[in-house]
Write a protein that binds this ligand. Sequence first.
Ligand code: 4LM
Length: 394
Amino acid sequence: MKQEHTGRHSRAIHGGLDPLEHRGAVSVPIYQSSTFAFPSAEEGAARFLGQSDGLIYTRLGNPTIQALEACVAGLEGGCGAVGAATGMAAVSTVFLALLGSGDHVVATRPLYGPTGVMIGTRLSRFGVSFTFARAAEAAEIERAVRPATRLVYIETPANPTVDLVDIAAVAEVAHRVGAVLVVDNTFAGPHLQRPFEWGADVVLHSATKSLNGHADVVAGIVVARTAPVLQALREAAVAYGTTMDPHQAWLVLRGIRTLGMRVERAQANAQALAGWLERHPAVEWVRYPGLPSHPQYELARRQMDGPGSIIAFELRGGVEAGRRLMNTLRFITLAVSLGGVETLIEHPASMTHKGVSEAEQREQGITAGLVRLAVGCEDEADLRADLEQALATL
Ligand code: 4LM
């Protein structure tokens, strides 16, 4: 990427690409090759020794994947990135790279259901212990940290309640005990929030979501602030094989070129819909970081460049009314996932967060009636009309 591109849209559009490195191609070519020829046995040996940075094998590095990694690292302001097969592969790469037996993890909740399950049930197999703290409770996070804490893991805004975590405050707590702060930045994305600016050490994404933005690939990516952390992440990804493939990387990169435009449009739709829903007589409550009624509205304004496009809400009729709404919508699609151009709606308690026990769901604010609306880029009037006709049937 040419250094003069410093604006966020420009970085997203040009990041990772110098056309002259690719015979003039303006779209990064898909290097759909598992392995790369060495010009000589000596050069092959030099590449394995790390004395030459030439290509070896796609699990270790591939030009299309490297272009995506450079682009996302540039958007986040990190020193480099590692592509991963899925968002969950990105999460596990971080744990496999940075934790060992005897280490302790502090994680805020809520988290994407399977991430919480991984921390709560799988890390113990590797001798790693954990403590959960509530996302919005800084004092709880502070109490959870111990001398053995090596990693603090947060999601902000959190899935699915859109609770926020104060990244700078948690970075301070983590660094006091020498722990790294890992931020899952999937909900906001780098166009709206760059956790390195607030002291994070590692940022990860389910690239399936807004980075790709078109609901046609699953992928993940991890970004490091410093070179030693980047190296640890790369070594773990290569060793455990959590890496992505070039076609996946190309799809994500193609989506990223329009990241800011999509995110800003979806956010404008979400802001309008959230305010309208909050005033609707069928709606019990709405949680959206762009509404003054969000308990962390001020934090959202400080930490984010915009509140994003995910709305959590509950209807007056609770879970039954929510089900009826989801079954009656015409083109707002009933499906999990988020961050795409199409608007999706889902029921966290029975879908994305099904793996979390009912008691824990309640503790985290995932009420039985909570419905999650992931707003896309359609015309706002059409989205409102679809919601209106469905709400009218209640
Ligand atoms: C969903 N989410 O919520 P892959 N981190 C966050 C996520 O929301 C997700 C992942 C990681 C949803 C998927 C069905 C904050 C996923 C995991 O699905 O492995 O790319 O990402 O609807």
